[in-house]
Design a protein around this ligand. Structure first.
Ligand code: RP5
Length: 149
């Protein structure tokens, strides 16, 4: 994430990974305030065995796009709701990536879905994770079907 101010929103992703037993790195690295660190971290991600990167940022939210430019590891962007424009600034910064460097962008503050999407990607080559994801979906469906109001 770009700032510690993003931590509360991004914590929804950590919760999902903890529930699924997925290991993750949790870092604050700003594309604008610490570009050299971002380069070192992102360019080495694949060799460190990272399968998917989730980048949450607000405002001029370049973090996922710049990260995606430095690695072929899939990058999921989480636009963070900031003080202006209802999060549209972050959303458009991420979703309007130029052709050739994709960022899979989820909803504003959509950290939970970012984690679930990352798990879907990892589940393609991980049977245990695939089974857990199917179980999660089953329980989610049952909860809706059994809802009484
Ligand atoms: C972005 O600017 C961060 O991702 C954060 O969402 C936003 C504001 O950062 P702070 O000023 O709170 O550090 O880089």
């Amino acid at each position: 994430m770009g700032s510690t101010s993003d931590l509360e929103v991004m914590s929804a992703a950590f919760k999902v990974f903890d529930e699924f037993g997925v290991e993750y790195e949790k870092r604050v690295i700003s594309a604008h305030r610490a570009p050299k660190l971002l380069f070192e971290w992102a360019s080495g991600a694949k060799d460190r065995g990272i399968d998917v990167i989730i980048a949450g940022a607000g405002g001029a939210a370049h973090l996922p796009g710049v990260t995606a430019a430095m690695t072929i590891v899939p990058v999921i962007g989480v636009p963070i709701l900031g003080k202006c424009f209802g999060g549209l600034d972050s959303l458009l910064s991420m979703v309007q990536m130029p052709s050739g460097i994709p960022v899979a962008t989820v909803a504003v503050n959509g950290a939970k879905n970012a984690a679930l999407l990352a798990i879907s990607i990892m589940a393609l080559s991980d049977k245990r994770l695939s089974e857990k994801l199917l179980e999660f979906r089953k329980k989610q469906t049952e909860a809706i079907e059994n809802t009484q109001i």
